[in-house]
Design a protein around this ligand. Structure first.
Ligand SMILES: [Zn+2]
Length: 360
């Protein structure tokens, strides 16, 4: 069919269909003609919504410094480059974002879709095509390095808080020498809570503001607890926890009203509203979701917690709005980790000195 045929066919369409065709063509052609990409523009605008600053030195003294060209899918996109007058470094809207220097924006969008589904790297690589799962490993962790930085708002009212444990894992690390290798995601042979377990704290208020974070190996320690949650709590909060002593003494110290629930399950609710069922349900959903990964290296656990937190806010639904929203959000917090740094990272939960540890 040549162009004349196409025009002839278009003329046969009714008014409504011609209108729809027109808006389709306008949309499809706009980006090619302007060399613009609305998603990149939105990222740039959201990143600088509080004013413009240099990603290297954070001063607001930058000038335009030429343009650069990139391709997004089959489109050529022209973007602005800047130069900081203070530190003399150049940057673009995507410096320190996971998308830095990308030429594959459409693939990133597909990958985000896979992340919302919670697909494995291998399955994602198959679905996306042309990108190896090793590359996707870095994409995943760059996105999560950013999402991890989304601040938790302060809690209001009742806060349910409980800890859960994940088996310490060095999955992916070769030549583990200090102990026998274990089956992936296996169970610890030590009874009770041991140093083999990684403690994860989840605190959630009734507006679903959620903190989930790695507290370290072994039993819950008050000092670590305070480092994670101290600034989010006020005297107006009411804590609901299980009967761990660490929680009780912590609540007393913070002068916060406190309801305790023993693990025997005899009393589940006090006065009809105080309970820890929301946080316990959160634990179950988190564990069920984590199961798909067959055990996660503990050094990346914080990333997975951030991933799950974000998906909960999206309701796990992969609408166009959510996919774009997740990609934009992952460009709003600086990600400076190189691929090598991501690979070589180690398990390092919040630092508490050995002495502080002993005091608890
Ligand atoms: Zn600068």
């Amino acid at each position: 069919m040549n162009l004349v045929d196409i025009i002839r066919e278009v003329q046969k369409l009714d008014d409504m269909s011609q209108q729809r065709l027109l808006s389709y063509l306008q949309n499809a052609l706009e980006h090619t003609i302007n060399g613009k990409e609305p998603l990149l523009t939105e990222i740039a605008e959201r990143k600088s919504e509080r004013g413009f600053s240099c990603p290297h030195c954070h001063n607001a003294n930058a000038v335009r410094f030429g343009k650069y060209q990139t391709t997004v899918g089959t489109k050529t996109v022209i973007r602005q480059r800047y130069k900081c007058k203070d530190c003399s470094k150049t940057f673009t809207d995507l410096t320190n974002t996971p998308l830095n220097r990308t030429r594959k924006l459409d693939k990133w969008l597909k990958f985000i879709e896979c992340m919302i589904e919670g697909y494995s790297l291998r399955k994602s690589a198959e679905l996306i095509g042309e990108i190896t799962w090793v590359t996707l490993f870095y994409w995943r962790h760059k996105i999560l390095s950013s999402l991890e930085q989304i601040p938790t708002e302060g809690f209001s009212g009742i806060v349910e808080m409980d800890e859960t444990y994940f088996l310490y894992s060095e999955k992916g690390k070769r030549n583990i020498t200090d102990r026998e290798p274990r089956e992936r995601g296996g169970t610890s042979d030590k009874r009770g809570i041991s140093y083999d377990q990684v403690c994860v704290l989840v605190a959630r208020d009734r507006q679903k503001i959620t903190l989930s974070s790695v507290l370290g190996k072994g039993r819950i320690v008050k000092k670590r607890l305070d480092k994670k949650i101290g600034t989010l709590l006020s005297k107006d909060n009411i804590l609901c926890t299980d009967s761990w002593r660490a929680f009780s003494s912590y609540a007393k110290e913070k002068k916060v009203e406190h309801y305790r629930f023993k693990s025997d399950g005899k009393i589940r609710v006090i006065k009809g509203i105080y309970h820890i069922q929301n946080v316990n349900n959160y634990h179950s959903r988190l564990k069920r979701w984590m199961n798909r990964f067959n055990g996660v290296a503990s050094k990346y656990l914080e990333h997975y917690l951030a991933w799950f937190r974000f998906l909960e806010t999206l309701g796990f639904s992969q609408s166009v709005k959510n996919i774009k929203g997740m990609l934009i959000t992952s460009c709003l917090f600086p990600v400076q980790e190189t691929n090598k740094a991501l690979r070589k990272s180690t398990f390092h939960p919040i630092s508490v000195t050995a002495l502080e540890d002993l005091m608890n």
